[in-house]
Design a protein around this ligand. Structure first.
Ligand code: URA
Length: 212
């Protein structure tokens, strides 16, 4: 604050006159939020509440002094794009099915799905008695072991991609989320993260009906 590091919890500021920065970036407390994009490695937990698992995504946010929360879930063994923020309203909207934010996954599946399997995946399969919404499904590669599918969904049901693929007889061997709301982890190695740019934040907000 005003050029010095503050370590006392509950330090009061005068919003009109004090200059506040977090990790070198100016913020307006109570007005600004932080928005991060991480390339989540497999084996790191997204849920912050499991005391039995030693490493969560928060452990990868070295030096970040703000408390942020993941936007939705990725399974322990899933890798790829994960947003984290302290903006609860945006998080709620990005996760709400009404806004249909697109999520794209690369799923390495066992066996090669035939035309009927692919049609079922894209038109909808039954999960817990409710059909999944239409998805975009493309075969990226095939080999003797299986196939690599690119699947884009706008729902976010629990373990959706794994359950959809299992339902058509092709269990997922490895899963990576390659895009969330158009954002990718390009340039980030597994475990690395970066701040979203102001333009990216504006785009996300517009996507879910928030005026900026
Ligand atoms: N679908 C899954 O099955 N797992 C994930 O982690 C994300 C989407």
């Amino acid at each position: 604050m005003n050029g010095t590091t503050v370590t006392t919890l509950g330090t009061e500021i005068a919003p009109e006159t004090d200059r506040v920065a977090v990790d070198g970036r100016p913020v307006r407390p109570g007005v600004d939020f932080v928005y991060l994009l991480m390339n989540k490695p497999p084996g790191i937990l997204v849920s912050l509440e499991d005391p039995h698992h030693p490493r969560t995504v928060l452990d990868l946010l070295n030096g970040l002094e703000r408390r942020v929360f993941p936007v939705g879930r990725l399974d322990l063994d899933t890798s790829g794009v994960l947003l984290l923020t302290d903006d609860g309203d945006l998080t709620f909207r990005l996760c709400h099915p009404r806004h249909g934010v697109l999520k794209t996954y690369l799923a390495r599946v066992q066996g090669v799905p035939d035309g009927e399997d692919l049609r079922a995946l894209s038109e909808g399969v039954d999960l817990d008695g409710r059909r999944t919404a239409p998805a975009r499904v493309q075969v990226e590669r095939k080999d003797t072991e299986g196939a690599l599918l690119r699947i884009t969904v706008h729902e976010g049901r629990k373990r959706q991609i794994k359950r959809m693929c299992r339902e058509v007889g092709h269990p997922v061997k490895a899963l990576e989320r390659v895009a969330f709301g158009g954002l990718t982890a390009a340039g980030l190695r597994p475990g690395e993260w970066r701040y979203l740019t102001p333009d990216e934040v504006v785009r996300l907000k517009r996507m879910v009906g928030l005026e900026t």
